[in-house]
Write a protein that binds this ligand. Structure first.
Ligand code: AMP
Ligand code: ZN
Ligand code: FE
Ligand code: FE
Length: 287
């Protein structure tokens, strides 16, 4: 059997692995295919594709966007993206700018709470265009202000705590359209995380292509539940570990194994979509 892991982060967003390290782990786990889904960036795709090509692993360029539907937050994964697509790049650049401002805001609030965390220490550790809460957590930990990364979220960073700053989010309809015009497939990430099944019909109506049935935080019962939903709405099935390297307690890559036949179905779907709309990637090159 061949397996894939289609939800992975690197140090181009809030993971700790470089592309070289990520692909080395993929090799260790015997994965046949991987997708990179860094938050609001596709910068890591080219170096990761190069590493994958060198070791014979199939690579899918992707991203993870934060969106909302009827005030409910939803994460959308874009797969098979044209990473040079001008509109995609313009939109994610805006999100990156907001993320950088958000770091300043979070650190200011942490400082007001009496913790002298230096904002430079967060940016030094993040060293990417798409920083997020895990970088603040790691900086707090490194400076000894919290005992564990979880502690940083519990005390400062999770929703409702002093340093929680909402993230800019697009409407899910715009996100799905953005992914489609970049030649990609749009997939609802980890639906079991906040149990927001009520928004699924609306996402399907907006053109959602797939749903992430298998995820680290899904129980087998949840996976079965979302497989049923995938059948009901004729959605593609994806899965991935959401590995962030050592931003989480341990690297999760390979802990969720998507059967390779689902990757073949994704490839067939993206080819079908591109044949139907040959200029959808917007770069004039076609598929
Ligand atoms: P952001 O995009 O900046 O809001 O950060 C979201 C990231 O923080 C995601 O990768 C989550 O997995 C991670 N995260 C959210 N809550 C926690 C938590 N309680 N402990 C560890 N990581 C978390
Ligand atoms: Zn993340
Ligand atoms: Fe997510
Ligand atoms: Fe993720």
């Amino acid at each position: 059997m061949k397996f894939a892991d289609l939800h992975l982060h690197t140090q181009y967003s809030d993971g700790t692995f470089s592309p070289v390290e990520l692909v080395a782990h993929a090799v260790q786990h015997g994965l046949a295919a991987i997708a990179l889904t860094d938050h609001d960036t596709v910068e890591g795709c080219e170096p990761t594709a190069r590493e994958c090509a060198a070791v014979g692993i199939e690579f899918i360029p992707g991203t993870e966007l934060t969106a909302e539907f009827n005030d409910t937050e939803v994460h959308l994964l874009g797969y098979f993206l044209d990473t040079q697509n001008p509109r995609l790049l313009a939109e994610i650049t805006k999100f990156q700018t907001v993320r950088q401002q958000r770091i300043h805001e979070m650190v200011a609030r942490i400082n007001e709470a009496g913790v002298p965390l230096a904002v430079e220490s967060v940016f030094a550790l993040a060293n990417c265009k798409s920083p997020g809460r895990p970088h603040v957590a790691r900086a707090l930990h490194k400076a000894g202000f919290v005992k564990h990364l979880d502690d940083a979220f519990d005390r400062y960073l999770k929703k409702g705590r002093v340093a929680w700053v909402p993230k800019a989010r697009m409407s899910a309809l715009e996100s799905i359209a953005l992914i489609h015009q970049a030649g990609g497939l749009a997939v609802m990430a980890h639906p079991g995380l906040n149990r927001t099944d009520e928004i699924i019909p609306g996402l399907v109506a907006a053109g959602l292509d797939g749903i992430e049935c298998f995820h680290t935080k899904h129980t087998p019962a949840m996976a079965e539940h979302y497989l049923e939903i995938a059948r009901k709405y004729r959605l593609l099935v994806t899965g991935g570990s959401d590995c962030h390297g050592y931003s989480k307690a341990k690297p999760l890559i390979g802990s969720v194994k998507l059967p390779y036949e689902q990757v073949q179905k994704l490839v067939a779907a993206v080819e079908f979509r591109r044949a139907a709309a040959p200029n959808s990637s917007g770069n004039g090159h076609g598929p």
